[in-house]
Design a protein around this ligand. Structure first.
Ligand SMILES: [Fe+2]
Length: 505
């Protein structure tokens, strides 16, 4: 992720350094005018001070977010500092390092300051030795030099402590921010699942729209934060449907004009629900305007073109694509060619042409139909392991005519493992207690699954109603627990929440 704080620190360091260089150039020029320095020295001095700073400035221009630029600063500044100190005719030059030292604390990297400190101490020690060598210092008048070295060592020690403390505060803050973010994500995901549970035909729709919206935002050049915001706005864009009566939402067949008016309410309702979520700016706008059309004939407000916020224009395309490729109450999914035709036809009228083109590009690149078109292949494969044939038949019967699922069954743990080894399944439903000599029970099978790093979700089935059984099952990190005899409604609900559409890579 592009770190704006890092960019600010880099800018601060380079600006301060340039100011120091400018001050030095003026000061030394005055020295030349006074006759204390000659122009040859001034030229060399200008080269050693300007070149390192200029190189770091170029580096910053090229990549203001660079993490390594700090090392450029440390090396470049040390070169300049060393030269100035070793060729100076005043001891006070040693204090030039303090400005950079104070600013380096901003990187809160104690080791960086320690290295710069060591370099500075060495250069200062050489400076003192040279002065002793030319007779400037002797045992009587070396007090200033001693103070100089002690002061430098103390300053660097204090700076290292400050950087370490700042680093700890910064890490604690990061941890806190991540915890807050995770909480927000969990609440938003739960909210979208609540909506999916209400609308049986569009279950998983919000999740797919979220994935497409994120990908479109990425292709538009959005940074990671913007992509994430697009994802969550997609996830909650239809949240206002909570206010629409179930009978209208789940009505098979076409809606009457009155019913359509009721559906339209979900945009403004979504806005009202989300408008106070200040952590994500676009969230409520996405819900409010995702049914606006580019030509201004959409709802709820009839705004048009780029007046429609970018996120709403993105969701409009993602939403239409998913609606066309999913199984709806009133029709089967369209073929990819037909979907393409519809998107091309809507460019500039229904959709922002640029965003629609991105969706078309995504379709073109989608060779293996991850942007799913519901085909036979898209069926979720379920493996059912139950030693009781009546129980298995009952579950198979429930899902028999459902084209979303393909179910295979085995009647013992060993066969279950053999099947998992040889075939791909999207889900394992397993009876915990399976009789049979030397056979493995449900726990043994799941343990084998986890030990073999298989990420297949698991639903446990069990006949008893003991809390300890539920808790033990939960400790295996399973996706669900279902009590026998299996209720069709409970099973379907569990399947729907467990088998979510695939994420795009
Ligand atoms: Fe909608």
């Amino acid at each position: 992720m592009k770190d704006e704080t890092l960019k600010k620190i880099n800018r601060c360091l380079i600006s301060a350094w340039l100011v120091i260089v400018a001050v030095l150039l003026i000061t030394y020029y005055i020295e030349v005018l006074k006759g204390n320095r000659n122009t040859d020295y001034y030229t060399l001095f200008a080269g050693v001070t300007v070149v390192p700073a200029f190189l770091c400035l170029l580096w910053y221009w090229k990549n203001p977010y660079s993490i390594s630029l700090r090392y450029g600063f440390a090396i470049g500044y040390s070169v300049m500092y060393g030269f100035v100190l070793l060729t100076s005719n005043t001891d006070l030059v040693f204090s030039y390092i303090f400005v950079m030292l104070v600013l380096l604390i901003l990187y809160h990297q104690p080791s960086l300051i320690a290295v710069v400190g060591a370099i500075s101490m060495i250069v200062n020690a050489i400076h003192v030795i040279l002065k002793i060598g030319d007779g400037t210092y002797n045992t009587e008048n070396s007090r200033d030099a001693e103070i100089q070295l002690v002061l430098l060592a103390l300053s660097f020690g204090a700076a290292i402590v400050a950087a370490a403390l700042y680093d700890k505060i910064s890490k604690d803050y990061e941890t806190y921010k991540n915890a807050q973010k995770n909480m927000l994500i969990q609440v938003m995901t739960a909210f979208s699942e609540a909506l999916d549970a209400k609308d049986e035909y569009t279950s998983g729709h919000s999740h797919s729209v979220a994935i497409y919206a994120k990908e479109i935002m990425k292709r538009l050049g959005g940074n990671e934060e913007e992509q994430e915001e697009a994802y969550y706005t997609g996830l909650l864009h239809d949240v206002g449907k909570i206010r629409v009566p179930d009978a209208v939402i789940n009505k098979p067949g076409k809606l009457t004009p009155e019913e359509f008016e009721e559906i339209k309410v979900h945009t403004e309702a979504g806005y009202q629900i989300l408008k106070n979520v200040s952590a994500l700016n676009d969230l409520s706008g996405g819900a409010r305007w995702h049914h606006e059309r580019y030509d201004g004939t959409g709802y709820p407000n009839g705004i048009k073109g780029e007046d429609i916020p970018l996120i709403a224009r993105i969701i409009s395309v993602a939403d239409a694509y998913d609606a066309m490729t999913s199984n709806r109450s009133y029709r089967e999914p369209m073929s990819q060619e037909k979907v393409r035709e519809q998107i091309v036809g809507g460019m500039g009228t229904q959709f922002d042409a640029k965003i629609a083109q991105i969706m078309l590009d995504m379709m073109d690149e989608d060779k293996d139909y991850k942007l799913r078109e519901l085909e036979e292949d898209a069926r979720k494969r379920i493996l059912l392991a139950d030693d009781n044939p009546e129980g298995s038949e009952e579950v198979i019967e429930m899902l028999h005519n459902d084209k979303h699922y393909e179910i295979l069954s085995v009647n013992n743990g060993k066969s279950c493992i053999d099947m998992l080894k040889n075939q791909y399944f999207d889900l394992l439903i397993i009876d915990i207690e399976m009789a049979g000599e030397n056979d493995m029970d449900g726990y043994d099978v799941v343990e084998w699954v986890r030990n073999n790093n298989m990420s297949i979700p698991v639903i446990f089935m069990k006949g008893d109603k003991e809390m300890t059984s539920i808790l033990r099952a939960e400790s295996f990190g399973i996706s669900g627990y279902i009590t026998k005899p299996v209720s069709e409604a409970a099973l379907r609900d569990l399947l729907r929440s467990t088998l979510r559409p695939n994420d795009l890579a």
